[in-house]
Design a protein around this ligand. Structure first.
Ligand SMILES: [Zn+2]
Length: 187
């Protein structure tokens, strides 16, 4: 499934989306691959990530996110480096409230045609609703796991999903809370 959205959001529209209710319906949620800059010049052992909108994200949340993403990348035999977004080849991560059209989406990688771009979005509202908490330690870790999933879309240049595992289209709250970092290792 591919969903395309405009690169620029109209903030006033986003604010109008209804709030999430924590319900059983939230237990299983779609992860969308949907948008794509050509694979950058990163060395194979290094994964370079930048935060596209650092002022929009809570500092402690970002710190927990960074630590867990580091563990995931490490378990993949690679090394995470947080860079500035003007660095060529850096995967840009945006912390957003909610996808404007797919309000159950936890994250997305943008695509252009068949190409997956290094533009990744994380949707904090649906992830928090699914987890039932906004505690940075829990939410940040879960967002790192969603990030790893979206990174895999880019690194593999694949928009489809596998039937099960970290590259499946749907996650459970339990998976985002309890699975070990290595479960989300980049392959
Ligand atoms: Zn996906």
């Amino acid at each position: 499934m591919e969903v395309r959205i405009k690169l620029q959001y109209d903030d006033s529209r986003v604010k109008n989306w209804r709030q999430f209710a924590t319900s059983l319906a939230m237990v299983i949620t779609l992860l969308l691959p949907f948008t794509a800059v050509l694979p950058g010049a990163q060395s194979h052992s290094e994964v370079v990530v930048c935060i596209g909108n650092p002022l929009a994200a809570d500092r402690w949340l970002v710190e927990e996110w960074r630590q867990e993403l580091g563990r995931i990348v490490e378990s993949s035999g690679r090394e995470l480096r947080i860079a500035d977004c003007d660095e060529p080849g850096a995967m840009q991560v945006y912390f957003m409230r909610i996808h404007p059209f797919e309000n159950s989406a936890l994250g997305a990688a943008r695509t252009r045609g068949e190409v997956v771009l290094p533009l990744l979005e994380l949707y904090t509202e649906p992830v928090a609703a699914m987890l039932g908490t906004r505690l940075p330690g829990v939410l940040g870790r879960a967002l790192a796991r969603v990030t790893a999933h979206e990174m895999a879309h880019y690194l593999r240049q694949e928009t489809h999903h596998e039937a099960a595992g970290a590259f499946a289209a749907q996650y459970t709250a339990g998976l985002l809370r309890a699975a070990r970092p290595a479960y989300f290792a980049l392959r």
